[in-house]
Design a protein around this ligand. Sequence first.
Ligand code: DC
Length: 673
Amino acid sequence: MYATAFLDVPPLVAAGGTVRLPGSKSISNRVLLLAALAHGTTTVHDLLDSDDTRVMLDALATLGCGLHRDGGVLRIQGLGGRLGDDVRQRALSLFLGNAGTAMRPLTAALALLGGDFELRGVPRMHERPIGDLVDALVQLGCQVEYLGNPGYPPLRIRPVAASALQLDAPIRVRGDVSSQFLTALLLALPLAAASRAITIDVIGELISKPYIEITLNLLARFGIDVQRDGWSRFVIPAGAQYRSPGDIHVEADASSASYFIALGAIAAGAAGQDGLKIEGVGADSIQGDIRFVEAARQMGAQVSSGPNWLQIERGAWPLRAIDIDANHIPDAAMTLAVMALYADGPSTLRNIASWRVKETDRIDAMAAELRKLGATVEAGPDFIRIDPLPPGHWRRASIHTYDDHRVAMCFSLAAFNPDRLPVRILDPKCVGKTFPDYFEALFSVVQPAEVPVICVDGPTASGKGTLAAEIARRLGYHYLDSGALYRVAGLVMRRAGLEADAAHEARIAELARGLALRFDAGQVLLAGEDITEAIRTEAAGMDASRVSALPAVREALRELQLSFRQLPGLVADGRDMGTVIFPDASLKVYLTASAAHRAERRHKQLISKGISVTLDSLRADLEARDARDSSRSVAPLKPAEDARLLDNSDQSIEQSVDQVLAWWRQVQPFDAR
Ligand code: DC
């Protein structure tokens, strides 16, 4: 997951390969609650691991539910429809983040289970309506109070005796604001149906019906067959009891699939690959958002599918404009809004009023961000119309994501713009709500026009490594410590009993070419062995300096260094990064500091490691090494012609980092309006 302030997605040109999607949020949270209420133990496979499922799991643990992780599966010991006495007798507070799929069903279930609870979430959760559900529960005789604004969480739930519930008359609930109110009642009311059937009447036109189908489907898996009369009346049979199905598999998220279906429709195929394959969800999915496939086909995508996979290829290009009632695919339809930029005429998405009460007001959010890209957009209470964006009219935009995972994910598709502009996604970690590794998955199947590289060259002990690693961390870029490669080459040479001279050059180069090297969370692993410390000694530095003077060794390490250039970008540190390895780098920094300052820093470093040396000898050493490095014939130490010089003698690390990031903003300016 990218926890950076922003993520710049470079311009993308093609896509191909296979992605495996994480489990569905809607199915995961329903399964968790049903398994918790059920009799018996449920083993859940492929559960989504994200913010929204984590808050549900935390809540269930608080309610006394037994949760056991076993490799990739989760075993849930059901409560059998009853809370333990210790839970019922305590006032408990549950924090449910911004997860509507936790807040709504838990409100209904806890109101019926009995107990004293406070249900809270993030500020946005406190702006998302729940009044219609509370009205239905109060009608029934449950005790639910608003702790803040009437109609919205946070809520206080108090126990009621089962005998006090009025279940004979049909329970009325509105269906035209959020289908989650009906889902919540359907999931929870079997708790009260031991001795009588319970009828729910839906008032108003029910929206997002496919989500109700998921609810009914999963209830059936847990032994409860709800009868329905159209979409207006639902009956939970008398004697209903949740029974664990034993094992249950969570399908991959069909809404998450929409980004990759769109990707396949927008991107040219990658060389040597036939289309984009999506694993984990197929045409037979129980999730309503799978019908996004129909809309994508209408716009031109070629989609084939099997029981658990989809295969996408670009068909019509430009895409065909669409005019669609998107009520049945509210979440996935956001993806259509970005596809519309690549269409042959204006597209209209209708009947999407529910967008206004989701993670953010999605109609306003989509309109504002599409306009930042340069698009002409018209938005109304329940529709959005988007004009295509022709070549030459795109703008470099910094996309605000409103803590809404779907805004972040669908705008990444703007990186396929014909003007080859990068797209900046602010707060990329918001995808953690449903798809923590979304960007990693995206980057694994796309081909960029170019991967940006920032080079930090400079003499030894100038602080290049610290600076480069910090820049990489801030930008979410990969980091190449090229000095470490020479250090490893030196170590391998030493272990093979060779000397860094012309006679052994070919042999050392061969060893360097075959290095089984991995950088992992600050560790350097050579064929699995941790050599992080071994390559940091002064002797290893000497060996590195010697092997790095051998042209064949430099050549051998070239490919390896080039292979670090991967999406979303690279910060490369080492003396010839900007001159030899990445001459086309977007930004080159030549970092230096006076010999006195560098000697002082190195001195501090060594002292802190308990190595005693004198400052004078260190300085003499550095000056000798500078002289040797600058005058040597192979890769002499010199700034690239287009490098920006940064003397950090009197700067803190933070100041140097700020300077380089300021230069980077000049190279990659984003319109932040
Ligand atoms: O930056 P460092 O001290 O880890 O580098 C180890 C040695 O490798 C040093 O003597 C410089 C040399 N080197 C090189 O020649 N070319 C690079 N790109 C990086 C380091």
